[in-house]
Design a protein around this ligand. Structure first.
Ligand SMILES: *Cc1c(COP(=O)(O)O)cnc(C)c1O
Length: 387
């Protein structure tokens, strides 16, 4: 009798049958426009390292210096063994970058969402989510015990209907959305959402994971670009995408940050990240705000424009560096990714549960580090796929 093994192999077989089985591909190089897998070099259009900072000399130097000065590990939770200086320097830099009173960093963006939403909401709360928000927000909202309502993606009328419903319950609602959506690359109508949340006295949390470093002045984000940062109670993001390092953050008022230090369980009950990650993230934010950052954003916009004009694909609206090429069927997406790998191009096939069943896609991400020739090579390869 081996029922555990039998059950696992039954479940794995089911995933394989539905073409949903996933595996890790070992990479033997840093992240960049070229990555090495199985001895072969691929042109990489899969990472969220939009400014090419993950392997930038300034971030590597900052990380090395932090290792020299503060060591490899953090010892314990920041409330137990003291809170290492690099985290404080990072949080001061973040608050100044986002123009908020204060900031708190977490080991990941996932942990930031989990800790923050569960600290702010309980069974007496209502949370209203955009249909396409990231899994960490969905998980956090469920864990909080709050009543959940989901509005159709970017649909203001549906959002207002949910706000109306919440007002009838005589409960405050927390609206949560993203700024650039991670698998679709479109943006949220934040001005209109802010107007609605003010009308109904709701709170608003915006996850800027894919817009921080990219949009707005100095890469401050979409909320800054649309002039509504100050109206958003909870600004969230990750340090692991355009900022090139690792970790999650919340920016807001001093009171919000104090409440999270006292109530966010993923902050309190978890060992602090390595100090090198904090130092690298701080260096990433400094580059985002510099003339170099501006130049990198200009290069990224040029690559997006070039892709748009070379691909001439009617069914994909190209708005940001995230370009979904929707294929629908899971097998089609896997096959297309395989065909591209045969041409030494690495683009991930995105399937359920990352996106809805039957909405499988290739997710192309462009970065400032790609050359014009890299983008042309991708476009030529995409045209060889029969879609
Ligand atoms: C990647 C991502 C996160 C999680 O951030 P990590 O730092 O990778 O844990 C949260 N929200 C969105 C929208 C993301 O794309």
């Amino acid at each position: 009798m081996n029922s555990f093994a039998d059950e696992l192999s039954r479940r794995l077989d089911a995933l394989r049958e539905q073409n949903l089985f996933r595996e890790r591909r070992r990479v033997d190089s840093p992240q960049g426009t070229r990555i090495k897998i199985g001895g072969k070099t691929f042109l990489n259009f899969s990472s969220n390292d939009y400014l090419g900072l993950a392997n930038h000399p300034a971030l590597k130097a900052a990380a090395s210096q932090a290792v020299e000065k503060f060591g490899a590990g953090a010892g314990a939770s920041r409330l137990i063994c003291g809170s290492l200086a690099p985290f404080h320097e990072l949080e001061e830099t973040l608050a100044a970058f986002k123009k908020t009173e204060a900031a708190l960093t977490f080991s990941t963006g996932y942990a930031a969402a989990l800790g923050t939403i569960t600290a702010l909401c309980n069974k007496d709360s209502i949370i209203i989510l955009d249909k396409l928000v990231h899994a960490c927000i969905v998980d956090a909202a469920k864990l909080s015990g709050a009543k959940l309502r989901v509005f159709a993606h970017n649909d203001l009328e549906d959002l207002e209907a949910k706000l109306n419903w919440a007002a009838n319950q005589k409960k405050r609602a927390l609206i949560i959305t993203e700024s650039i959506f991670s698998m679709d690359g479109d943006t949220a109508p934040l001005r209109e959402i802010v107007a609605l949340k003010e009308k109904y006295g709701a709170w608003l949390m915006v996850d800027e994971a894919h817009a921080t470093g990219i949009l707005g002045q100095n890469g401050r984000g979409l909320a800054d670009e649309l002039g509504v940062s100050e109206k958003i109670e909870i600004q969230m993001g990750t340090l692991g995408k355009a900022l090139g390092a690792s970790g999650g953050y919340i920016c807001g008022t001093r009171a919000l940050i104090d409440l999270l230090i006292n109530g966010a369980r993923s902050f309190i009950f978890s060992t602090a990240p390595v100090p090198a990650a904090a130092a690298a993230a701080k260096a990433g934010i400094e580059i985002a705000q510099s003339a170099e950052g501006e130049q990198l954003r200009r290069q990224l916009r040029q690559r997006i424009g070039q892709f748009k004009s070379e691909i001439k694909n009617q069914d994909s609206k190209i708005l940001t560096a995230i370009i979904p090429l929707i294929l629908g069927d899971e097998v089609k997406a896997i096959t297309a990714a395989q065909r591209l790998r045969e041409q030494n191009i690495f683009v991930p096939a995105i399937r359920f549960p990352t996106v809805a069943r039957g909405a499988a896609r290739l997710r192309v991400t462009l970065t400032a580090a790609h050359t014009a020739e890299d983008v042309s090579e991708l476009c030529r390869a995409l045209k060889t796929l029969d879609r």
